[in-house]
Write a protein of this length. Structure first.
Length: 141
């Protein structure tokens, strides 16, 4: 049974589910930083997913990145799997802007996380509801 890593639970806010992945929002208002987690047990590496899941992950990742680029008027989209701290397979999809807190450096460890307010999270969810219409189920909240 799928269980989200405790560190991801602690550091993110649930947005909803694509057919394969749980979509999370990193609780850091410095950047629109989203995380896709394939709902599969005991997967820490991309190559551990079967071919169909690898293809689905890429479809979900690229569709999300494209939507976020337009929605947040990104200058660059950062898409990566790292897993050095959280071993559970997850894909970072981060909106970068030339005027963000860390530009042009990576976002990791550059500035302390700035938690979102309830109002900010509600505004992001409302914006996402307009564009995430196909094959996406929003979490309650």
């Amino acid at each position: 049974m799928f269980a989200l890593d405790s560190r991801l639970q602690q550091d993110t806010l649930p947005i909803g589910d694509f057919p394969l992945c749980r979509l999370l929002l990193s609780n850091d208002a410095n950047y629109p930083w989203f995380i896709l987690v394939p709902r599969r047990d005991d997967i820490s590496e991309l190559f551990q997913l079967n071919v169909a899941d690898q293809q689905q992950l890429w479809l979900e990742t690229t569709a999300l990145a494209e939507l976020l680029k337009d929605l947040f008027d990104a200058d660059k989209m950062n898409v990566a799997t790292l897993g050095n701290v959280v071993s559970q397979m997850h894909m970072h999809v981060i909106v970068r802007k030339r005027d963000d807190a860390a530009w042009p450096a990576p976002v990791w460890g550059k500035h302390p996380a700035k938690p979102y307010s309830n109002e900010q999270v509600a505004a992001i969810r409302a914006r996402l509801r307009v564009v995430l219409t196909d094959d996406f189920t929003f979490a309650e909240g």
